[in-house]
Structures are given as structure tokens and as C-alpha cells.
Design a protein around this ligand. Structure first.
Ligand code: NAP
Length: 250
């Protein structure tokens, strides 16, 4: 850790070591947050991210934790609070895909995607609930997907998990509003990350042709909406889902 500064707020970003989560972590560090990132096993990427965050002047650390494991989440949140102090912002970005047509989908592929994307989000929010209630304020931002709002052939498990994240977000928003805590979701469309980098050029061109803004989005464009939602400027926004999709799903 570096850059001790008691005035900085603390954020936890799950999935913060790569892709959209890393862009969020870097943006929050630039905006004055100290950042704890949670990753699943790719330690090299997590440590590289921590070094980048420290380079931006933030205190930063990474925690290896499978968000689908409630006990591990509880322990990790306890450790983060010991290391950093009370948490102001939680960004639930950790997510996976295991695609396949629903008629042939294996039970374990359905269950794992729900466990990580939806139950993982629940585990994190629940583990931090007392923290938020005690400080009578805070921000929760959950990363859903346009697929959770509109469906997608070949992604029944992923779409269900991301639709679940929307319902969870609105319910948490209602339960915590009286304590000054907001909960919102972002729903990205096609964003340039490891998740989409595997697509063929033909597939990318065909996606881009369907997007009114004519291109895939960047991780920074998602991070800037997350940064708004955790900021003081968004104090009167809760239970909202903001699509960041270049107009794909109007
Ligand atoms: P990514 O590049 O594949 O990175 C995934 C991140 O999540 C990594 O930090 C990974 O850690 C972590 N992670 C995975 N499983 C985890 C688990 N069980 N516990 C804790 N951490 C875990 O992902 P991305 O493309 O940036 O996507 C990030 C989020 O945006 C996901 O929720 C995804 O569904 C959503 N999204 C993405 C797109 C898109 O176009 N990419 C569109 C809409 C929504 P390790 O590296 O250690 O495994």
C-alpha cells in the first residue's frame, strides 16, 4: 500500500483486476478513492493493477476471493475493512460467461454463472450491509448487462444472472434508501475486453453494424458512468439501471 491519506474514501471493486473492473478501479483511484480489488485467481493481473493504482496516488491492495463463496466473501470484507477502514463504495463487477444453447446447457454451467454473477453480488452486498447501515451512507453499483434486460440466444444462464442483478439492485435500493445508501446498476452492451476480444473480426463488424454509435464501447466509458454513480453528484439517483451500449437497446 502507498499514499496514506485519511481523507480519501474507500472503494471495493470485485473483478477489479481486469477489463471493466480494472477501468473502474483506475477511474475511482483518479477520483480520490483508495481501492481494494477482489479477483478470482489471476494474481499477476491483480498485482499489476495494484501497482497501477498506487501509481495514481491511491492506497490499493488485492484480495483473492471467489465471490460465490459466502464465507470467503465475509472474511475478505472483514480483511478489507481492517486494512482500509469503512467502505464507501462497492462495485460488483466480477462476472463470467459459460455460453450454450439452453436445450443443451449443462446444469453446472447454468449454476456456476448464477453463483458467480448473481449470488456473488448478493454475498458482497450482504457482507457490507452493516458497514453501510452504520455509516448511514454509501454507494453500491452492480454491473449487469443489456443481455439481462433484453435476453440473448445462447446465454440463458448469463441473461438470467444479469436480470437477477437488476431485481437485486432495485430491492437493495429500497431496503437501504432510508439509510442514505444508493444502489444502482450499469448495463453495458458490447465492450472491448478479454470477454469480447475472442470474437472474430466478422462477428465484431456485424455487432458494430447493429450499434447506432457504430462501434464497441471502451472499458473507460463504462467506468465513467460507474464513477458518476458513486459520486456525490449521484446522491438522488437510486434503483436505476443505466445502459452503456452505444444505443444498441433503446
Ligand atoms: P473480464 O475481463 O473477464 O474480467 C473478469 C474479472 O472478474 C476478473 O478480475 C476476474 O478475476 C474476476 N472474477 C471472475 N470470476 C470471479 C469470481 N468467482 N470471484 C471473484 N472475481 C472473479 O470481464 P469483463 O469483460 O471486464 O466483464 C466485467 C463485468 O462486466 C462482468 O460482470 C460482465 O458480465 C459485465 N459485462 C461485460 C460486457 C463486455 O462486453 N465485456 C458487457 C456487459 C456486461 P481473475 O482474472 O482472477 O479470474
Amino acid at each position: 500500500m502507498a499514499g496514506e491519506n485519511a481523507a480519501r474514501r474507500v472503494a471495493i471493486v470485485t473483478g477489479g483486476s481486469r477489463g471493466i473492473g480494472r477501468a473502474c478501479a483506475e477511474r475511482l483511484a483518479r477520483d480520490g478513492f483508495d481501492v481494494a480489488i477482489v479477483y478470482a485467481g489471476n494474481r499477476g493481473a491483480a498485482e499489476e493493477c495494484v501497482a497501477a493504482l498506487e501509481g495514481l496516488g491511491a492506497r490499493a491492495a488485492c484480495y483473492c476471493c471467489d465471490v460465490s463463496d459466502a464465507e470467503a466473501v465475509k472474511a475478505t470484507v472483514g480483511q478489507v475493512t481492517d486494512d482500509f477502514g469503512p467502505v464507501w463504495a462497492l462495485v460488483n463487477d466480477a462476472g463470467i460467461t459459460r455460453d450454450g444453447l439452453f436445450a443443451r446447457m449443462r446444469d453446472e454451467d447454468f449454476d456456476r454463472v448464477i453463483d458467480v454473477n448473481l449470488k456473488g453480488t448478493f454475498n458482497m452486498v450482504r457482507a457490507l450491509a452493516r458497514n453501510f447501515v452504520r455509516q448511514r451512507g454509501g454507494r453500491i453499483v452492480n454491473v449487469s448487462s443489456v443481455v439481462g434486460l433484453h435476453g440473448n440466444a445462447g446465454q440463458v444462464n448469463y441473461a438470467a444472472s444479469k436480470a437477477g442483478v437488476v431485481g437485486l439492485t432495485k430491492s437493495v435500493a429500497q431496503e437501504l434508501a432510508g439509510r442514505g445508501v444508493t444502489a444502482n446498476a450499469v448495463a453495458p452492451g458490447f465492450i472491448e475486453t478479454d470477454m469480447t476480444r475472442g470474437l472474430s473480426q466478422e462477428a465484431r463488424d456485424s455487432y458494430a453494424a447493429r450499434i447506432p454509435l457504430g462501434r464497441l464501447g471502451t472499458t473507460e466509458e463504462v467506468a465513467s458512468v460507474v464513477a458518476f454513480l458513486v459520486s456525490d453528484a449521484a446522491g438522488y439517483v437510486t434503483g436505476e439501471v443505466i445502459q452503456v451500449d452505444g444505443g444498441l437497446c433503446m
